[in-house]
Design a protein around this ligand. Structure first.
Ligand code: 13P
Ligand code: SF4
Length: 330
């Protein structure tokens, strides 16, 4: 279905002009996630985390939303704005975390806990969201779970590391966590973090809660290796807010490497270094300059979510949009 994207499309001034003109002609707003290539972030109308971009997609007046991110993010935009045309520059941009639970697995899990409340992370397919009571992002996962009455069992899916973080923060014993993970964040492990901290003991730590090292970061803080106020566990949007307030000269960043671009823009005097420089999401990087231009010029790939799924998923997603950003570094 897709031609191989022409590698010769360079993100130069000519490309930028063509992107801007095509977007204007088609009445499109360009949204980019914080993990996108720097040139895609720079041309976008809005750059942000999953929650911020969902809110913008829901509120925009533009008739077309071009979502530079992965498939579940564009699907979420379509669920929230069904009357708008939602495009993604390459529909093959998936997510290993969203793939870590199937609809049959969720239905089986629910059948084992018939009175439980299902809280799904936004990194899930529309079909999984439609089977969920509530949706959350890394910005508001703790608050979303806190909104569930204390006596109800919560089935939290699909990310085990975010689930462990929510369990720690809420102290909730009746929170059951699916054992899924993102291949990129699972690869940022505790051992690598400890090595980086020993090389750079004065650095501040910014950790995404999907990371395998989130527990180690809290251990380093509680055991006094790193002062507690130097460890922030936050969504990608929360990291930018933390960077703006940063009083260290050096920061170690545990998340996908695309994040460094916005962090360096937010605090140019700070030295931001990745905990794992190989932590790159191949799906996010499928949104190339050539793919974005083709998307605007040819109007594809268009996202379609069947209305019977979208209508059920919308309830869970709308509740996610309403529940504010928690104190996770925001
Ligand atoms: P954020 O919601 O923090 O932007 O994270 C999205 C994501 O896919 C992380 O891997
Ligand atoms: Fe999915 Fe991981 Fe890529 Fe985020 S970094 S989009 S969770 S595969």
């Amino acid at each position: 279905m897709h031609p191989v994207h022409s590698p010769e499309v360079q993100p130069d001034e000519k490309w930028a002009k063509a992107v801007r003109e095509s977007a204007r002609r088609s009445g499109a707003v360009i949204l980019a996630h914080n993990y996108q290539l720097p040139e895609i972030q720079d041309i976008a109308d809005h750059v942000g985390d999953s929650l911020a971009l969902s809110r913008i997609a829901a509120a925009t007046d533009a008739s077309t939303v071009v979502f530079c991110g992965v498939h579940f993010m564009a699907e979420t935009a379509k669920i929230l704005a069904p009357a708008k045309r939602v495009l993604i520059p390459d529909a093959r941009a998936g997510c290993s975390l969203a793939d870590s639970i199937t609809l049959d697995e969720l239905r089986e899990w629910k059948a084992e806990h018939p009175n439980a409340v299902v809280v799904s992370y936004v990194n899930t397919t529309a079909a999984i969201k439609a089977e969920s009571d509530l949706c959350c992002t890394s910005s508001n996962a703790v608050d979303v779970v806190r909104s569930v009455p204390a006596d109800r069992t919560v089935l939290f899916l699909p990310d085990q590391f975010l689930g462990a973080h929510v369990k720690r923060e809420t102290g909730r014993e009746n929170l059951r966590v699916w054992a899924g993970e993102c291949h990129v964040h699972a690869g940022i492990n505790g051992q690598t973090l400890v090595e980086r901290v020993s090389e750079n003991p004065d650095a501040q730590l910014l950790i995404h809660p999907e990371c395998g090292c989130a527990t180690s970061a809290l251990y380093l803080a509680s055991s006094g290796v790193v002062p507690e106020d130097r460890v922030t566990i936050a969504s990608t949007g929360g990291m930018i807010e933390a960077a703006k307030r940063c009083d260290s000269t050096s920061v170690l960043v545990a998340t996908e490497v695309g994040m460094l671009h916005q962090l360096r823009r937010a605090a140019p005097a700070v030295d931001f270094q990745p905990v794992n420089p190989r932590a790159s999401c191949k799906y996010m990087k499928m949104i190339t300059p050539g793919a974005l231009l083709r998307c605007l010029q040819e109007g594809r790939d268009e996202i379609d979510v069947p209305s019977e799924i979208a209508d059920r998923a919308r309830q869970a997603v709308t509740r996610m949009i309403r529940i504010g950003v928690s104190g996770q570094g925001e």
